[in-house]
Design a protein around this ligand. Structure first.
Ligand code: NAD
Length: 271
């Protein structure tokens, strides 16, 4: 089979540049296009040169429709409104769309789901094998340890530039815990605590967010009982981890029927 032609949207971003390097290093994929927002100072620059892998003759464009027309897939770590727009274009072009963007609202997710009628979409708050495996362990722990005996808290830390909280990964792990407990995360989660909060509600799934420095991503799910505590953790040391996962997802999705898939599907881990 010929190499998969991939477009990186948000090409000048932290993840965008990491994705360009990952595609360049991958077998079976090639960089076919690069897109940035209108007004970006990087428009017209060569995507390979910007990402530090040398000239690839792929100029950064602000015209996603024209670039998608020549591609087999799009890899997208941008912002919620942009990812919704790109999902619509991927549906029009009937291509693969891998979405790593976090912070999507329920309306954004509904729009992406609608686009998945025509596009083959893989969306995950975390593209690493480790976190997806961890989510399965969290769900098992939540099944085994009853809400009356064990409190669940999700703690995360990221670099100072991150704009959404809790992180997509923290929410993914919270969802896994809620699934294990058979409850709705939306109804049971406590996302902020401040002032006189009263005692902890039984069964709540709590979140705590730290921001600072250059931390790539630290997550711990704490199951706290009387006299003992289980801590399930993941430490991301380098964002190339997420980029490699995203390229793997794109290659996996090639030729699959349209739909909305998760990283658990890609990795073949029973959800
Ligand atoms: P960043 O701010 O460095 O990069 C985002 C880029 O997207 C910017 O260059 C911006 O100009 C571009 N962009 C925004 N709107 C656009 C549009 N309409 N068209 C084209 N480009 C547009 O951010 P980042 O650290 O690279 O993170 C990006 C997203 O990926 C965030 O939501 C982050 O949480 C998420 N993320 C997910 C994972 C995962 O495994 N799922 C891992 C890391 C980061």
């Amino acid at each position: 089979m010929s190499d998969m032609n991939l477009v990186v949207v948000g090409a000048a971003g932290r993840m965008g540049q990491t994705l360009i390097r990952a595609i360049h290093a991958s077998r079976g994929a090639r960089l076919a296009g690069a897109v940035e927002r209108a007004g970006s100072p990087w428009l017209g620059h060569d995507a390979g040169e910007l990402a530090g892998v040398g000239i690839l003759n792929v100029p950064i464009s602000d015209d996603p429709l024209a670039v998608f027309a020549k591609a087999d897939g799009v890899v997208d770590f941008t912002a919620p409104a942009a990812s919704v727009e790109f999902a619509g274009y991927a549906a029009q072009a009937r291509i693969v769309h891998v979405i790593g963007t976090t912070g999507c609202s329920a309306e954004d997710d509904a729009a992406i789901k609608a686009a998945a009628r025509h596009a083959t979409i893989v969306k995950s708050g975390n593209m690493s094998l480790g976190v997806n495996l961890l989510s399965v362990l969290v769900r098992q722990a939540a099944v085994a340890l009853e809400a009356a005996d064990f409190d669940i808290e999700v703690l995360e830390m990221h670099h100072r530039h991150k704009v959404d909280a809790p992180s997509g990964t923290a929410l993914l792990l919270g969802e896994a815990a809620a699934k294990g407990r058979g409850v709705s995360l939306h109804e049971e989660s406590v996302r902020v605590r401040d002032g006189h909060t009263g005692p902890r509600p039984e069964g709540a799934i709590g979140f705590a967010t730290l921001r600072g420095g250059s931390v790539v991503g630290e997550h711990s799910v704490i199951l706290a009982g009387e006299g003992e505590r289980i801590v399930l953790s993941h430490h991301a040391e380098d964002r190339s981890l997420f980029a490699r996962g995203a390229v793997k997802a794109a290659l996996w999705a090639r030729g699959r029927k349209p739909g909305l898939y998760s990283m658990l599907d890609v990795l073949g881990i029973p959800g």
